[in-house]
Design a protein around this ligand. Structure first.
Ligand SMILES: [Zn+2]
Length: 207
């Protein structure tokens, strides 16, 4: 009786193992399919935009990405990156350009409807007509003014959590329209492993 029980138990373990392995293979293949689909979408959305951006922070330190392209929380169908950073973190221009928007008068942030559109931010126009948006800056956190020319790597602002924001972070996206909009598209960043699309839940060193 005991032996039978053992055989039965071993059998269940064996089946569970096989099911586990099959599930793993299924997830792995899904990830590959998803990755390939993303790469195809990215390529068509980028329309040949091959500029590689710097992480918008001080060189030499590492920064944590909480939402990447098409992330399921607030970036579903969006091409923006959320970096989780402490309030007051220095934000550097990811690319040269001219400041076309800067707002730093808002003091509050949260996830209520009343906070939508109430964030502080900076928009920089690049020489190819695209725009980079740096969002949720702290009160008085825009250190540049409209009309300023900025160099890549230049200090432009201080991070915060103003507007529609659940926690202190920097929202970064590149668009073809001046407004943060659905006209956003994925861009590559310089990483220690070369130009990459940043992935959520990973650390990246600013180079
Ligand atoms: Zn965001």
């Amino acid at each position: 009786m005991q032996k039978d029980n053992c055989v039965h138990f071993c059998c269940i373990i064996g089946v569970m193992r096989i099911v586990g392995i099959l599930l793993l293979l299924l997830f792995a293949s899904c990830a590959v399919v998803q990755n390939n689909e993303f790469m195809a979408r990215a390529e068509s959305l980028m329309q040949g935009h091959d500029h590689v951006y710097l992480l918008p922070f001080e060189k030499g330190k590492s920064y944590y990405v909480v939402q990447g392209y098409e992330s399921m929380l607030s970036h579903k169908g969006d091409y923006a990156i959320d970096f989780k950073v402490k309030p007051g973190t220095k934000i550097m221009a990811a690319r040269d350009g001219v400041v076309v928007f800067a707002r730093e008068t808002n003091e509050k942030g949260g996830v209520g409807k009343k906070y939508v559109g109430k964030g502080n931010g900076i928009t920089i126009k690049h020489n190819d007509g695209t725009y980079a948006h740096y969002w949720h800056l702290q009160y008085n956190g825009a250190l540049v003014n409209v009309g300023d020319t900025v160099q890549q790597g230049q200090l432009i602002g201080l991070s915060g959590s103003t507007g529609f924001s659940a926690f202190p972070h920097l929202h970064f996206e590149v668009t073809r329209e001046q407004r943060i909009s659905r006209e956003d598209f994925p861009v590559l960043f310089f990483t220690e492993k070369g130009p990459k699309f940043l992935q959520p839940f990973r650390w990246y060193k600013a180079l």
